[in-house]
Ligand binder design. Structure first.
Ligand SMILES: [Zn+2]
Length: 260
C-alpha cells in the first residue's frame, strides 16, 4: 500500500495545552498531512490523559512508561509495570531508557528500572520506545543483554553514531530522527541519517521540544514533522514522497494494528 501521509512517531502534544489549543494543534497536524501522532505519557500524572486522548481522537496513538528522569531512585517492579502498561490503548512501552545528562550520580536504579521496562515490553509483546542521553552504549548493552530484539522498538530522537545505529538495527529497532537532524551542528548525525536503511527510518517531533529549522527555538508541534522528513529527503537524495511512504510503512511494521 502506498502511504501518502506522515506519522509523528514521538510527541507530547498534550503538554501545557488547554483543550482548545490542543484541538487546534491536532487539526493543524492533520491539515499538514500528519494523520497520526504517537503521544507519549511520561509518568502516572499524565497517563490517563494520554489514554483518554487516544480514545477521543482518531489521529492520536498512545504509549506510556515511567520516563528515565522522573521519580529518581524509584524502581518499579515488573509486576507493577505489567499492570501499568497493559491497557489495550497503549501500543508501546516507553519512553524508557537511561539519562546520564540529567542524572549523573548513582546509575544503578536507572539501569534496574530500564531492565524492568525491557522485560515488561517483552512479556506484553509491545515495542519499546527508547530515550537515551549521554548513555547510548550502556543503553544498547542492556537492550542486547535483555533480549530486546524479541519486542523490537524505536530509538527515539536518535543522536548516536553509525556504530551505535548498527547495533540498534541489528536488534530490528527503528531509528527515529527529530528536529536535531536539521541543525547545522549535527554533521555526524546527518551522515548517519543518510546511511540508515530505508526500511528502518522514522520521523518525529518530540514536540513541544526540539523544533526543527526553520522554527528552531520556538515551540514545536506535530505539524512540523514534515521539516524532518524534508531534511532526510535532502540528505538521502530521495523524494519527500519516498521518505513519507517509507517512514509510515516502517511505523506500521512495528504497529500493524494502527494502519489506516
Ligand atoms: Zn519524549
Amino acid at each position: 500500500m502506498l502511504n501518502t501521509h506522515l506519522i509523528d512517531s514521538h510527541c507530547h502534544v498534550h503538554f501545557g495545552q488547554d483543550k482548545a489549543a490542543l484541538k487546534e494543534r491536532i487539526e493543524t497536524a492533520i491539515t499538514n498531512n500528519v494523520r497520526q501522532m504517537l503521544c507519549i505519557s511520561i509518568d502516572e500524572t499524565d497517563k490517563d490523559e494520554v489514554i483518554k486522548l487516544s480514545q477521543d481522537e482518531e489521529s492520536i496513538l498512545a504509549a506510556a512508561a515511567i520516563h528515565p528522569t522522573h521519580n529518581p531512585g524509584q524502581v518499579q517492579t515488573i509486576d507493577y509495570l505489567l499492570d501499568y502498561c497493559s491497557d489495550k490503548n497503549l501500543i508501546a512501552v516507553g519512553e524508557t531508557g537511561l539519562d546520564y545528562f540529567h542524572i549523573k550520580e548513582d546509575t544503578d536504579w536507572q539501569k534496574q528500572r530500564f531492565i524492568n521496562h525491557i522485560n515488561t515490553a517483552i512479556e506484553l509483546d509491545k515495542p519499546l520506545i527508547i530515550h537515551t542521553r549521554d548513555s547510548m552504549d550502556d543503553t544498547l548493552d542492556l537492550l542486547e543483554s535483555q533480549g530486546a530484539k524479541k519486542c523490537r522498538g524505536i530509538m527515539h530522537c536518535f543522536t548516536g553514531d553509525w556504530q551505535q545505529a548498527k547495533r540498534a538495527l541489528k536488534m530490528d529497532f527503528k531509528i527515529s530522527f527529530s528536529g536535531i537532524v536539521t541543525f547545522n551542528s549535527a554533521r555526524v548525525l546527518q551522515q548517519v541519517a543518510a546511511k540508515v536503511p530505508l526500511d528502518s527510518i522514522l520521523v518525529e517531533t518530540d514536540s513541544p521540544y526540539l523544533a526543527p529549522v526553520p522554527y528552531r527555538g520556538k515551540a514545536n508541534q506535530p505539524a512540523y514533522v514534515v521539516h524532518v522528513a524534508e531534511k532526510l529527503s535532502e540528505l538521502r537524495q530521495q523524494n519527500l514522497s519516498e521518505i513519507t511512504c517509507a517512514t509510515t510503512r516502517n511505523f506500521y511494521d512495528l504497529f500493524p494494528q494502527t494502519a489506516v
